[in-house]
Design a protein around this ligand. Structure first.
Ligand code: NAP
Length: 225
């Protein structure tokens, strides 16, 4: 169980290494990543993803797009963008579906005809809920952010993902899941809202991986812990 930021960072690195072991970034390591979008990138694991992509260098990653709800308050991201010209910050509340078209256009104006190579659906929430305090509202809120929005954002950005795939490069949708979403691993019970949202995200990811295969788009769920 991840208890603090240090553990979380360690988990991220372990997960990163796992990805490399699974050849997740196989092509990306050696060839150019044209573009990567990370949602919920102003803090936590999303921000760490941004830092890791910056470390690869702008020759290897042409466009890093970090989206967050309040760019004006994202001080660490803004500081990074001042000294890394391949880092772009875009505003996106993943729940604000009415803004998806505008977000698409803003993203297209950055990545252009080469499209989006890597979409990391990272934004998520953990609503603490045990049997004595679970409510319909908690279930629905956690489900919407963690399960519905990764699917709807992926659907909305499909034309950009297809542009990337058409260029015969590797195109990947990575949904950030959780060990807590594993049915097999659930020996301690509780955490109804969060657990269910991540289990459902795994199922969404599986369907996406089947549906997008013919377009050359891979879809995977990864978990930091
Ligand atoms: N940390 C762990 O141990 C762990 C373990 C397994 C899985 N995960 C998963 O990893 C992902 C990142 O976790 P974390 O630990 O980095 O969480 P975190 O520190 O709480 O950060 C969550 C991020 O999601 C953003 N977010 C929440 N609701 C949003 C919305 N409606 N629109 C846009 N962004 C929104 C937050 O933005 P604001 O700053 O604006 O709130 C923040 O940037 C999540 O999907 C989480 O479930 C984490």
């Amino acid at each position: 169980m991840i208890k603090n930021k240090k553990d979380s960072f360690k988990a991220l690195l372990e997960s990163w290494n796992d990805l490399e072991n699974q050849n997740f970034f196989h092509n990306y390591k050696m060839t150019n990543i044209h573009s990567v979008l990370i949602t919920g990138a102003n803090r936590g694991i999303g921000l760490e993803f941004v830092k890791q992509f910056i470390k690869l260098g702008s020759n290897n990653v042409n466009y890093i797009i970090a989206s967050c709800r309040n760019p004006e308050k994202a001080s660490e991201l803004n500081d990074l963008a001042k000294v890394n010209e391949n880092l772009n910050i875009l505003k996106l509340d993943v729940k604000d579906y009415s803004k998806y078209n505008e977000f698409y256009n803003n993203l297209f104006s950055i990545v252009g005809d080469k499209g989006l190579d890597l979409l990391i659906n990272n934004a998520g929430i953990l609503i603490r809920s045990e049997l004595d305090d679970i409510t319909p509202e908690k279930m629905i809120e956690n489900f919407e952010i963690n399960t519905v929005t990764p699917l709807m954002l992926t659907k909305s950005l499909l034309p950009l993902l297809k542009l990337s795939a058409q260029s015969k490069k590797r195109t990947i949708v990575a949904n950030i899941s959780s060990k807590i979403g594993s049915i097999d691993d659930n020996t301690s019970g509780g955490r109804y809202a969060y657990r269910a949202s991540k289990t459902a995200l795994n199922q969404v990811t599986k369907s996406l991986s089947v549906d997008l295969k013919s377009f050359g788009i891979e879809c995977t769920a990864i978990h930091p812990g």
